[in-house]
Design a protein around this ligand. Sequence first.
Ligand SMILES: [Zn+2]
Length: 298
Amino acid sequence: MFPDEGSCADFLITLRWPNGFICQQCKKTSEPWRQTHKRLVCPHCRYQTTVTAGTIFDKTRTALTTWLEAAWHITTAKNGMSAQTIEKTLGIRYRVAWTMLQRFRVAMVRAEREQLSGIVEIDETLIGGVERGGKRGRGSKKSVVVIAIELLQPKGFGRIRMRFIPDASSDSLTSFITDVIQAGSTIHTDGWLGYNAVKLLGYNHKVTVISSSDDQAHVSMPGVHQIASLLKRWILGTHQGSFSTNHLQSYLEEYTFRFNRRTSKSRGLIFRRLLEQAVATSPITEKDVTNGYNWKET
Ligand SMILES: [Zn+2]
């Protein structure tokens, strides 16, 4: 469908301005003049822009055909693709593959802004613990991830959200909850004190106390338990278990985007959705790509 730069640019223009090109300068809608594939000129005020300026593709030196091919693989491969696999599949440098993947992951977050609602199960899990080289125990470090999942009636799971938090304190947990869950929803947690404020924040709170002596978390928290094990398996399988905590949230966002679209029959639609978000997301800096994105600002 996208054999050259022109067809890719046309596609992105339609996604970015579905109701016609709007000039950033004079705010008028028009049919822009095309100087090159990407470069557009407003016929009213002569303001020049490109379809990629101000988006995650900002200032990219990578061909749009490569970007779209990467997006296609990311959205159609059942478990997604690591930067190494994209590097090999597309025959590009590792750094380019990594940069594209990180930018797409930031765009994925934008697609998940709608809050969860209904009955939502919440619990924390520990991710990691095996350093590069397989060293265990001392020197290993686990990261706390809080998971929320909608429980459907009479059965089944809805959407999920996840966040890498510094600790399982009340502050960390309640700020996650108020960000991602609609007030009035019913929140199901274990008896951990960190969840005590939930009722005051306008949620119904169902507590199931799990005694530490028997491992019944998978029985009383079936949703979170399943997501946690799928997530760990995905990190282990697709990413060989190695990740830097700077980038953990970006993996969580990718997993969430993929999981929340698991029942979608059209891969093409998911591809389109990702690119729609990509042209609506502000540029990501080199620092974000290298050291980790500042997710708090999204
Ligand atoms: Zn203009």
